[in-house]
Design a protein around this ligand. Sequence first.
Ligand SMILES: Cc1cc2nc3c(=O)[nH]c(=O)nc-3n(C[C@H](O)[C@H](O)[C@H](O)COP(=O)(O)OP(=O)(O)OC[C@H]3O[C@@H](n4cnc5c(N)ncnc54)[C@H](O)[C@@H]3O)c2cc1C
Length: 480
Amino acid sequence: MRVGIIGAGPAGMTAAFELARSGAEVELFEASPHVGGMARSIPLWGQTVDLGPHRFFSRDTRVNRLWLEMAGRDYDMVNRLTRILYKDAFFHYPLRPFNALLNLGPLESLRCLASYGWERLNPAPRPAPDASFEDWVTSRFGHRLFTIFFKTYSEKLWGIPCSELDADFAAQRIKKFSLGEAVKNAFGADASRHKTLVEQFAYPHGGNGSIYQRMADRCLALNGRLHLRTPVACVETENGRATGLQLADGTCHPFDHVVSSMPLTDLVSRMAGAPAEVVQAAAELRYRNTILVYLHVQGDGLFRDNWLYVHSAGLATGRITNFRNWTPHICQGRTDTILALEYWCCGGDEVWRSADARLIDRATRDIRMSGLIGDRSILDGHVHRIEKCYPIYARGFKQPLDVITRYLRTLGGLSVIGRYGAFKYNNQDHSILMGLLAARNILSDARHDLWAINTDYEYQESSVITETGLLEEPPRDTQA
Ligand SMILES: Cc1cc2nc3c(=O)[nH]c(=O)nc-3n(C[C@H](O)[C@H](O)[C@H](O)COP(=O)(O)OP(=O)(O)OC[C@H]3O[C@@H](n4cnc5c(N)ncnc54)[C@H](O)[C@@H]3O)c2cc1C
């Protein structure tokens, strides 16, 4: 069996490794010079940093086993501290009611409680109660808390009003969490029940991307072939089957099966023979880009969080990562701090084309205004751009997505996986699971529904990674 794989991110790399170790003939094509995709790590100013914060977490035993197989003993458990910076105060995220009440003050807290109570007693008569992100959050937290804790950040991230954002985004990311649940947990209920409440995570000594570098090394040792700097132009099809790949240099490569983690919209719009309505549907799906501005700041001890969500409207950045607070291994004995400030935009926005120097100036202004670094010197700046990294769940996005998935399901010999690959707001674990199950489908007559992962995928064995390895747990009700 000859399998051609597009993309060396967590999804494509996992598929390649799993196939190679089962004896398949694997050839992977990656457009960039690196493996790891958005989850890779980069060397910077003598340290190792990720592309923004990259916390690995899964409850799926298959995913955890694979991650541990790659990490070996080379990881630390990191205590998660992530807070929201809003109006010069730090609010714990996930929200902790007492901390929130204290920071908001008695008057604002009363307003929030009244707004929450109003929502519980008078649920608004909406035709589809969970139609928008705003509706979804308001019905669970009240409108006032929605405005303070969800609106500004979400609108910075997605670039559209929350009333235009699909409730699916909240359902995937916040799940069954509500203010009532938060209060119950504050009084000691089982805090590990909800994925938003997880307080520790495993982090590799070599940076998040070292997992995928090790996968690539193992894959090569198993005779898998990895072609870096080799963009795929399109998937070739014949008689309702994928038959191979055409590379950007025009060469064609036949395969028995193709696994794609390239952007879904590119995949279908470049596929000869895709019906016009499918190509039209692809044109309706949009992505957000990320600009990461790294700042090299003198000294350490700036703030304790792994990362901070920035809700203050006066700051353009949406999230600030402090790489000193992950594991000492990645700082490599240096005493300075690397921060990453995130800015989100669309491909056509002016900021996407801004010169690096302007972006570094903007980040410098933001970090000074935030008060987080006091009068420490900023020694240097570096810009990294990631295209199409957030599939936008705009209201109604499922309609064009359904048109595309229905068509792709009819094609034999093709597995479509990954974050922009399947247009799913995946974390690493979801993309790893997609790669793993794509490989199992190809190798056996298993029929895992890859489109269901990160939506309503059920799994049987549940576990978490601890400092001593895998801790098996009873099955959970939801996919983490
Ligand atoms: C700022 C940021 C923070 C994040 N934080 C977290 C976190 O805390 N925890 C977490 O678990 N996840 C996090 N993620 C998500 C995580 O990075 C992704 O879920 C994961 O990388 C997706 O893997 P993938 O393989 O699906 O896609 P990608 O990582 O995007 O890999 C796709 C690969 O395909 C290649 N490619 C694209 N087109 C072509 C082509 N035509 N030909 C050949 N190759 C091509 C790309 O170059 C890329 O290497 C974060 C993402 C971002 C952007």
